[in-house]
Design a protein. Sequence first.
Length: 275
Amino acid sequence: MAYLFKLKAGKYQVRWKEGSKVKSKTFRTRAEAKMLLKDIEGQPQLSAYLTFAEAVDLYGREITPTKKSFRPETFRLARFKNLDFAEKRLVDVTPGDIERYITHRMNDVSPTSKRPISEATVLKETTLMNSIFNYCIRNKFLSVNPYSKVSCKPKSGDHRERIATAEDIEKLRFCADWDGVSEPRTLPQLVVLAFEFACATGMRIGEILQLQADWINGNTIHLPKEITKTGFQKRCGLIIRSKKTSCPCRKFRGLFKKLFFSPRFSTKGRSLAKN
């Protein structure tokens, strides 16, 4: 049996399986797609043969490219294709398979840092795995999500404060030979200023790099949804209320606005921040 999907581009795609291969064909109209559906009626259902690795591949081609975090997700998907149960039929994947994977990852060591894999990393991987199973349920490849019955799900860690302390800020200023009050003259001083601005507003580096002068209105920055990670509009305050940071927003708000949009910082500072 074949399945009909409506793509985001407005086209329609038919997917079916011949032997061990999943095939697909895209049409401009639903009527054309339905004609192909009729032609391949009577073939075995895709869900009866679809393996976990093939489901990962389908998810990676249809869902992952639509995400802003698609790049790190592609690495996790590549890992999934090499799991012990990757070649299992999707309907045969059990909660025990996932639990063994979780146990193995919790005892694994990072090849780069040589430290044990953190529970937060395993949580990200299993959250993605859960999304793949839910995707398969939505497309009628699967009826029950095996991850929902896993008993040893990783948990999120305790909240940690990510704002730089006053001591951290002072060390950065010392290294940049900047007092934090006078106008920055060197590129390191400008970068420290941008860092303090990020601490003060809570803006991500990608948001700061795309910041435009007309988005700043008084003590508020209005960020359009196109540049935020969440896809929603965001407002950031320029006045500090936390005692854990020494960022003098009221003092350098105008200074930052003046320097950040200058050609000197736009060309050198932004390229340095990207690297």
